[in-house]
Design a protein around this ligand. Structure first.
Ligand code: BG6
Ligand code: MG
Length: 220
């Protein structure tokens, strides 16, 4: 493992808690279709693409629909979801996230976003974080969903940094797998039970610093 030159951040669940808005919008859709959708069910949608999320939701309700109907429902859910994210404020940035981005930048670490969301630009703009990212790879720029490493490999390529010099921050198991499949180191944000494959698991970015990041390079 070489020197750490770049950090690639997932967005939802790492920099901001959008899961609560996704949940409200998916639950409204489920209720409209005549079934319940719980917060525990919502866990299955973390890190998963919009269409795959809809498939999981329909599976819970035992409903089969045509592709055209699925497109319509995914669009409807997204319109509802966007009503919430368009109201977001910079104070919704998770603790320590902005401070870490600023510290890493100051130390010369390159920074990119690697998110499955097609709403990533809207969210970054609302949080006033867009300018802190040198490269932004989101759901509009990839064809393969995590655990495929495409989103992170594109981020590294756009920064001009080799994957071995990158550290990924992820809250979803599929995201951790994507990072490792891309030959990058990974810090999991959340529970070691779910993210155990990561090189390190922490509760949130408030527990990360440049100094701690550097220890990831030295212990392997
Ligand atoms: C991921 C979220 O970041 O983006 C998933 O963890 C979500 O829950 C996915 O389904 C796609 O998001 P969007 O904004 O394109 O519907
Ligand atoms: Mg996430």
């Amino acid at each position: 493992m070489g020197k750490i030159k770049a950090c690639l951040f997932d967005l939802d669940g790492v920099i901001v808690d959008t899961a609560k808005y996704h949940y409200i919008a998916w639950r409204a859709l489920a209720n409209e279709l005549g079934f319940e959708f719980t917060e525990a069910d919502n866990e299955q949608l973390k890190g998963v693409s919009r269409m795959r999320s809809l498939d999981i939701l329909l599976g819970i309700g035992g409903i089969t629909l045509s592709d055209a109907e699925k497109e319509r429902l995914a669009e409807k859910k997204n319109e509802n979801y966007r009503r919430y994210i368009l109201q977001m404020q910079p104070d919704e940035i998770l603790p320590g996230a902005k401070e870490l981005l600023l510290e890493l930048k100051e130390k010369g670490i390159r920074i990119a976003l690697g998110s499955a969301s097609k709403n990533a630009m809207t969210i970054l703009d609302r949080l006033e974080l867009t300018d802190l990212f040198e490269a932004i790879i989101d759901g509009t720029k990839v064809s393969e969903a995590k655990p495929n490493p495409e989103v992170f490999l594109k981020g590294a390529a756009e920064l001009g940094v080799s994957p071995e010099a990158c550290v990924v921050f992820e809250d979803a198991e599929a995201g951790v797998e994507a990072a490792l499949a891309g030959k990058m180191r990974c810090v999991g944000i959340g529970s070691p039970d779910i993210l155990g494959k990561a090189n390190l698991v922490i509760d949130g970015l408030h527990q990360m610093s440049y100094t701690r990041l550097m220890t990831l390079g030295s212990d392997e």
